[in-house]
Design a protein around this ligand. Structure first.
Ligand SMILES: [Zn+2]
Length: 214
């Protein structure tokens, strides 16, 4: 590991324990060491002072790899809930985080009869239904749909206030993209996660009746 001398920052790349590690020696950095992890690419970028000796750098790399592995282990443990009890638990956690626990949720279930939407909410009854297809989605996609339906408990329509509340979810755009792709792959036209409020229930009742007839 030898950095090229010069005025610019010098970057070296190496592999360690499955990670690609880029070490950026920064001339303006005095003592601190930081690192960024791109978990999907297993890429660790370390920013270290240009003057750091190789022996110290070796320890820094080791520590960064250990922290990254710990992060990945924690992430792996977060799984999408596979039953209604897990779904309720996650909804309560989101209620705490986004609404200070103030939402009144009476029931939440996975359902298999929602072909054209990923979730639905009856705000007056405090009932939420989530498409069982989402059991196979990443947890952050389910979180997005859950938060959408939970938000309907305080705002039934997809108006400006609703959109403002949903902006608080950091992975909203990624989750929307995932759902659009999933709908496309399933050959289903889903413009919105649900159609919001009372319409949804009417449509659902119709779908269920049709299903019963078939
Ligand atoms: Zn909605």
């Amino acid at each position: 590991m030898r950095a090229t001398p010069g005025k610019k920052n010098a970057t070296i790349e190496l592999s360690r324990d499955g990670f690609t590690i880029q070490v950026v020696r920064e001339r303006r950095r005095k003592r601190t060491v930081t690192f960024d992890l791109d978990a999907d690419r297993m890429l660790l970028v370390l920013h270290v002072p240009a003057v750091m000796p190789d022996t110290a750098l070796e320890d820094v790399i080791q520590q960064a790899v250990e922290q990254a592995e710990e992060y990945l282990r924690r992430r792996m443990r977060r799984r999408t809930p596979q039953n209604d009890a897990g779904l309720l638990l996650r909804a309560q956690q989101l209620n705490e985080r986004y609404f200070d626990g103030k939402l009144t949720l009476h029931s939440i279930h996975y359902v298999t009869n929602q072909r054209k939407r990923f979730g639905s909410c009856s705000p007056t009854a405090g009932e939420i239904r989530i498409s069982a297809r989402l059991q196979k989605a990443p947890y952050w996609v389910l979180d997005y749909v859950l938060l959408h339906e939970l938000t309907h408990l305080v705002e039934p329509s997809h108006n400006a206030r609703f959109r403002e509340l949903m902006k608080r979810y950091p992975l909203a755009e990624r989750a929307r993209g995932f759902l659009m792709g999933a709908a496309w792959a399933a050959g289903v036209d889903i413009a919105e996660i649900d159609m919001g409020g009372a319409e949804v229930e009417a449509e659902d009742a119709e779908a269920e009746t049709k299903g019963a007839k078939d």
